[in-house]
Design a protein around this ligand. Structure first.
Ligand code: GLU
Length: 429
């Protein structure tokens, strides 16, 4: 295969799946990945699409479409979230599943990569309908998930309650002696039914630890840094609260309902309560409204996209005032936008590292369930920081050795680990 340059002009704001594939092939080329390993890793192992009927409150049935893509399991069981959002498609979930394989490999946890989702908007459904959708989806997945095989977790639009419904549905369909083990078929559960302390804030906590590492490279700290965030769900709101506790000033926040600005900093706890009550940041009384276009121009040190993929594009990348872009979401910066940012001297800290805190603490939850242990949150955070810093060290060492971008270095560490295991195990038969 000829070398592919993802920064080629023809790649302007490519679709997410194509952009992820191009990145994979370009780093495979960079590190000289063998053709057979490239062949295996360039497509998911299994692609499952399920259509299932759900009883609505008005007595009608609606058909839903769900996905589970199992990308790779050479390093351990398939692992990754389930997304509930109207944008969920086969290609989106395939791209996200591949990112999970590379993320787990980069941070060195013994998991492979998977992703799932259902194409719908949770906000349009009652709690009862939501429960039936989640349970019917889990039932449709059947034995394709399992506590040693493929373990879902929360992602955009899903939460700890949804994980508990998944776990309960799976456990009740299992042979009774296996029901305790069945608990760890999902992670990100509520604490009461076996979730880990520190899991809910884990992605935001991981962002904070990785950012701390990045700033320490140049002797900086987060105190007094100004921050904007796009997305105020689990990842955005926890990131904001943790960074504010470390002394950062949260100047602007945007989501699907609008954007808000407070020059002296807004209260991230009050904003979280507002979003909980009103469904979005629009109208928040502790800040001024802002247009979507102006949001990207806000004068801040750090801009943190924490929502969906392809949010920073060739259209808004030239406007971004921040000098550091932190990818707390998966795939928020397109390849063209990344080139524009790098040319402007903006540092882009890649998703594979920055948002790995969620799956790392999912791994801790799975280990605790397996050993019937409960770790204090201080222990969870200590271990999370150790893994995040070790991965950040490896990424930097690889970037310096290969003379590449941080994102390419993240992929290179991951692909190198996968290659080593394929070389030692061989390809069956
Ligand atoms: N959905 C999260 C992610 O994209 C967490 C996945 C997990 O915990 O398995 O990394």
């Amino acid at each position: 295969m000829p070398p592919i340059d993802p920064f080629d002009d023809t790649s302007d704001d490519l679709p997410f799946y194509e952009a992820t594939q191009l990145r994979f092939h370009s780093v495979a080329e960079l590190i000289g990945l063998d053709d057979s390993h490239r062949e295996i890793l360039s497509a998911p192992k299994n692609e499952l699409i399920v259509n299932f009927p759900v009883l609505l409150d008005d007595g009608r049935y609606r058909r839903f479409t769900g996905y589970r893509i199992q990308h790779n399991n050479i390093l351990g069981p398939f692992k990754g979230g389930v997304r509930f959002h109207p944008s969920v498609s086969l290609d989106e979930v395939k791209a996200l599943a591949a990112l999970m394989t590379f993320k787990c490999a980069l941070v060195d946890i013994p998991f492979g990569g998977a992703k799932g989702g259902i194409t719908f908007s949770p906000a349009d459904h009652s709690r009862g309908e939501l429960e039936r959708i989640v349970r019917r989806f889990t039932h449709a997945l059947g034995a394709n998930i399992g506590p040693e095989h493929d373990m879902p977790a929360p992602d955009v639009g899903s939460d700890a309650q949804a994980m508990v419904w998944m776990m309960d549905t799976y456990a009740n369909s299992s042979h009774s002696p296996d029901r305790t083990a069945a608990r760890r078929v999902v992670t990100g559960k509520t604490i009461e039914v076996g979730g880990s302390l520190g899991r809910e804030k884990a992605t935001g906590q991981g962002v904070a630890f990785a950012l701390e590492h990045h700033l320490a490279e140049t002797g900086r700290i987060v105190r007094d840094m100004t921050v904007s965030l796009q997305g105020y769900g689990n990842v955005g709101s926890h990131t904001a609260r943790i960074l504010a506790a470390d002394g950062a000033v949260i100047r602007a926040v945007a989501d699907h309902t609008g954007a808000v600005f407070a020059g002296d900093g807004l209260d991230p706890h009050k904003l979280a309560a507002w979003v909980h009550e009103h469904g979005g940041v629009a109208g928040f009384s502790g800040a001024e409204p802002l247009s979507a276009a102006d949001f990207w121009r806000v004068d801040v040190d750090i801009c943190i996209p924490a929502a969906l993929e392809r949010q920073i594009t060739s259209t808004n990348a030239p406007d971004i005032a921040a000098s550091i872009v932190v990818e707390a979401a998966n795939g928020p910066v397109t390849p063209t936008a990344e080139r524009i940012l790098l040319e402007r001297g903006v540092e882009v800290l890649p998703d594979l590292l920055m948002n790995a805190g969620g799956v790392i603490v999912s791994y801790f939850e799975w280990v605790q369930n397996k050993a019937s242990e409960k770790w204090p949150v201080t222990e969870v955070d200590r271990r999370l920081r150790t893994l995040m810093w070790a991965a950040a060290d490896r990424l930097l060492e690889t970037r310096d050795r290969l003379g590449c971008t941080r994102r390419d270095a993240a992929y290179a560490v991951a692909l190198d680990r996968l290659r080593t295991v394929y070389e030692q195990r061989g390809i069956f038969p």
